[in-house]
Design a protein around this ligand. Structure first.
Ligand code: WTA
Length: 676
């Protein structure tokens, strides 16, 4: 490649090769029933009406005291929303629904073992259980507003119950994803300064009752070594009154919750009116390097934003059955299983196990049994379901009106399968782009107002004003086909408040790059850097290309890994694809492509060549993979994200680092052997 081109390609620019897909329109039936059909919402939420427009979301909630200042920028960029307002999240998610809906199901719990059937927890039962547990936290543990509690819970109703009990007291909860190790839990206990750990003895995963209590011992021991003593470990029992874990209880530290709760039978705890800007919870981001960041979310702003988006983007109505398959241990579960849906009085499904246990039809049977009509999951799960059971959805009698995809860019091929097969051609799909840090959706279509476009998240949400900047901070013109760094120009109520205990890192990571004046108190000077590369189409739809770091520079051409992966997925045998950069003395970087095949297909040189040719055909010779590795499975995080870092280490023959927290660490060795 000519040197001139190398110079001309700026850091932020990625040539984007894939074609925009055609629009797909929601059905008239969907539009007729949708919560938001008024296109003037975009005008009401324009920058001219910022920040007061967000009153529309805050008014979905019950406040003890109304706020006097919508947005306080005096401590920029630590924004404060609805200042002066007093509110309680637990009250909004439970108490206020009792008068009319106490008998309605708040949580449908689906245990993994089929024989255990379904549990339907009404708002009244949720109220009772949250109150009793809040009394225990307050009186037995001595917890009060502002204290932090770490939770290391599986996907059971006791997790939202514990969260809402904390929220009732103004105690800040920090839920660590249940599949994480004791070490990971310890780090988060130490960072948050928690002296109470809430956990469960055991839970089901792929048919096995896993001993989870042992992680609590590891966590408490390691935390103590790092200077944070855990005074009490509260252990919920998967089966009350029955030992499900062989790990012994530690005297005067460990307590079975159901035993202690007997003392609090009938207890009622008045919700504590909290300042709107009081922290509600911490959610640590699972960064691959560096210390995890405790994203601190506030109460009033966060709850307003997730309530508004649950209503208008998730389109949840009182009579709907809504199933988000994420784990509550991730932000998606916090915002769109617990706080958003319950704030608007929904019936929300909590499933303990894996979507494909014991077979590929399990998810669709759950949908059929509970008559789920709103479904929410991630591309990794969609690819897994497509891989092992492409014909399963058609066998079941369920009807989704609405489906969500979230978590990573979705390849148009996979999107189309989701739409046609899972959604049976009828469901409206939203591709919601957002982050742990952002609390709620940033880009998405409003499902009854904007058409879908496979592979594109859509325009900024009402009140969210994205822009794509080059490395100098200049906006790239809309529709220019060049990629850059996506920023949000304005604050919004769901945005995290800071990194717990590390304001400097908060500013450095998310604002420093494009901040126009570090002393400014004007929000216009503080664009939020999301850290993703994106491209904006002429119609204002944003396509997310992945993390800025996932970009590969081949001979001066910057290629988004996602477009190569999408091209690979158009080969019918391919189920999953991951592209990683390999250092090359001449080209700078070359792409290595890893693919996993659908069942029934086997690896061959012919197939590898066909995949490679397809990429050259779709994107150009410049993108030709150095090597196509056909592997049995991809190394994945517990949340299902492909660990490109590990694949990159394998390709570059460098140290793969710690892989013990992966969902399938054994695959790393297998791939390594195969490559020799
Ligand atoms: C990616 C999950 C494309 C993105 C809610 C972001 C997406 C990171 C999408 C945040 C989407 C999330 N399309 N990419 N619809 N949604 N991402 O913090 O790179 O677990 O920065 O939050 O996931 O991941 P996190």
């Amino acid at each position: 490649m000519a040197e001139k081109e190398v110079v001309e390609t700026s850091e932020a620019q990625i040539a984007v090769h894939w074609q925009e897909e055609k629009y797909i329109y929601p059905t008239p039936d969907f539009i007729a029933q949708a919560n938001m059909t008024d296109p003037t919402i975009y005008d009401r939420f324009s920058l001219d009406h910022f920040p007061n427009c967000f009153k529309e979301y805050a008014d979905l909630l019950d406040w003890y005291e109304y706020w006097h200042t919508t947005l306080d920028t005096s401590d920029a960029p630590c924004w404060k929303w609805f200042v002066g307002g007093k509110i309680n999240a637990s009250y909004n998610c439970i108490d206020r629904h009792l008068a009319k809906n106490k008998n309605k199901t708040a949580l449908h719990f689906v245990p993994e073992p089929i024989a255990e059937g379904y549990q339907h927890i009404t708002y009244q039962e949720l109220y009772v259980r949250v109150n009793e547990f809040a009394a225990l936290l307050r009186d037995f543990c001595g917890l009060k507003a502002g204290d932090r509690v770490t939770m290391h819970m599986p996907m059971v109703p006791e997790l939202p119950i514990s969260m809402l009990a904390c929220a009732r007291l103004g105690v800040i909860h920090s839920q660590v994803f249940g599949g994480f190790s004791g070490r990971a839990c310890a780090d988060r206990i130490v960072d948050s300064g928690s002296n109470v750990l809430i956990t469960m003895d055991a839970y089901y995963r792929s048919g096995t009752l896993i001993d989870h209590k042992k992680n609590a011992d590891i966590a408490a021991d390691l935390a103590a070594k790092d200077g944070q003593k855990v005074d009490k470990v509260l252990v919920w029992q998967r089966y009350a009154g029955k030992a499900s874990s062989p790990t012994p209880m530690v005297q005067d530290r460990d307590y079975f919750v159901q035993d202690v709760l007997k003392k609090y039978y009938g207890a009622r705890v008045a919700p504590v009116p909290m300042p709107a800007e009081a922290p509600l919870f911490l959610m640590y981001t699972s960064g691959t390097t560096g210390k995890p960041k405790g994203c601190q979310h506030g109460t009033g702003g966060y709850l307003a934003y997730v309530a508004g988006t649950s209503k208008y983007v998730q389109d949840i109505h009182p009579e709907d059955v809504y199933w988000c398959m994420a784990d509550i241990g991730w932000i998606t579960g916090h915002s769109y299983i617990v706080y958003g849906p319950l704030a608007i009085g929904a019936s929300s499904v909590v499933y303990e196990g894996v979507p494909t246990f014991p077979d590929a039809g399990r998810s669709w049977r759950i949908a059929q049994d509970l008559d789920v009509n709103i479904f929410h999951t991630a591309p990794t799960t969609i690819r897994a379901l497509r891989k092992i059971g492409p014909d399963e959805p058609a066998k079941y009698n369920y009807h989704f009106k609405h489906m969500t995809t979230v978590g990573e860019p979705i390849e148009p091929e996979v999107w189309k399968w989701y739409h046609e097969v899972v959604g049976k051609g009828k469901a409206a799909i939203v591709d919601t782009w957002w982050q742990t840090e952002t609390g709620g959706f940033l880009c998405s279509t409003l499902p009854a107002i904007k058409p879908m476009k496979p592979g594109s998240a859509g325009p900024g949400m009402p009140g969210i004003h994205p822009a794509i900047l080059d490395d100098e901070g200049k906006p790239l013109p809309q529709g220019c086909g060049k990629a850059g760094n996506i920023v949000i120009q304005n604050p919004w109520p769901g945005q995290f408040q800071t990194i717990w205990g590390d304001r400097d890192r908060f500013v450095a990571n998310y604002f420093a790059r494009y901040c126009k004046n570090p002393n400014s108190k004007d929000w216009r000077d503080w664009p939020y850097l999301a850290g993703d590369a994106a491209v904006e189409a002429p119609d204002g739809y944003f396509r997310i290309l992945g993390r800025i770091d996932d970009v590969i520079n081949v001979s001066g051409h910057r290629l988004g890994t996602k477009e190569l992966e999408s091209a690979a997925l158009t080969v019918p045998e391919v189920a999953e694809a991951a592209v990683v950069p390999v250092a090359d003395a001449i080209k700078g970087k070359e792409p290595d492509l890893y693919v996993a095949l659908k069942p029934g297909f086997s690896a061959s040189d012919e197939l590898a060549k066909r995949i490679s040719d397809k990429i050259c055909e779709e994107i150009g010779k410049i993108a030709k993979p150095r090597k196509v590795w056909i592997v049995k499975d991809m190394p994945k995080t517990r949340s299902g994200k492909i660990m490109r870092r590990v694949l990159a280490a394998l390709s570059n023959k460098t140290d793969v680092g710690d892989v013990t927290t992966l969902a399938n660490p054994e695959i790393v060795d297998e791939i390594h052997k195969m490559m020799q």
